[in-house]
Design a binder for this molecule. Structure first.
Ligand SMILES: [Zn+2]
Length: 260
């Protein structure tokens, strides 16, 4: 194996960034070409000019990197920002939503495993946040479509346990452990079930495969927003075995805002 460093290029979103040692930073990128990759940005804290805003969270950047040996950290040789998402950064709710999006992508993606469908998904929703007002429905649609892309599509039209079509007239209960709604024959009486209305189910089913340019036009009623937040965040927490940190922060900040 050659010891010579080969420089590579990739386009990626900054998913995470932490200080390392006296002057460096360790950055996690989510790239089209390589999936998630972690690299060290030398002197990133000493020299503000060197990487400027190309290693800020959810920036989209062109990265040049190299590595001497497999299994070691990449060295970030150079990094140029392609989209800094300045409108998102000017708005607290949008920033919180974008931070939640990148944390979910980080949690649902693997290192060195290209996942172009997840990259496109993140790009669609960051662009939607950047180009228009904040809407909580975008957060729910991000969660729902991410679950679908990752193979955890919640059962909404057919019983999660027996597969029978669900009757819109029956009382719907979503259970994270089952992976969706179960029919009245399969339903177990557990405290974990969440009541969900037919209207919410209809909104989510419509939003699941809607073309990106139509996502903003999908109207969620107040009830659909409340119920879908509960079932989707509970389901994600069940899959991951924890609640994403940025979701907690998001909820706390919005709660404070509502009290004012
Ligand atoms: Zn059933």
């Amino acid at each position: 194996m050659t010891e010579e460093k080969r420089k590579e290029r990739a386009l990626g979103y900054v998913l995470a960034c932490r200080d390392y040692g006296e002057a460096d930073r360790i950055v996690t990128f989510f790239t089209v070409e390589r999936g998630k990759l972690k690299g060290i940005a030398k002197s990133a804290r000493k020299s503000a000019k060197r990487f400027s805003n190309a290693i800020e969270l959810f920036s989209l950047s062109q990265i040049i990197f190299s590595r001497r040996r497999a299994g070691t950290l990449y060295l970030i040789e150079d990094c140029h920002v392609v989209n800094h998402y300045s409108h998102i950064r000017e708005d607290l709710e949008k920033t919180l939503a974008a931070s939640y999006f990148i944390e979910l992508i980080d949690l649902f993606s693997l290192e060195e495993k290209p996942a172009a469908h997840l990259f496109d998904h993140l790009k669609i929703f960051l662009d939607l946040l950047e180009d228009g007002p904040f809407a909580p429905s975008l957060v729910r649609l991000f969660e729902l479509r991410l679950l679908t892309l990752c193979g955890y599509e919640p059962a909404l039209e057919h019983c999660a346990r027996c597969g029978a079509p669900l009757d819109a007239g029956e009382k719907m209960m979503f259970c994270a452990e089952d992976g969706g709604i179960s029919c009245s024959r399969c339903r177990r009486d557990t405290a974990a079930g969440i009541r969900v209305s037919a209207g919410t189910v209809k909104t989510l089913v419509t939003g699941r495969h809607l073309a990106p340019d139509k996502l903003r036009r999908l109207v969620f009623s107040g009830q659909a927003l409340r119920e879908s937040e509960e079932i989707l965040t509970r389901f994600i927490g069940h899959i991951l075995g924890k609640q994403p940190r940025s979701l907690r922060v998001f909820k706390e900040v919005l709660l404070l805002g509502n009290r004012r």
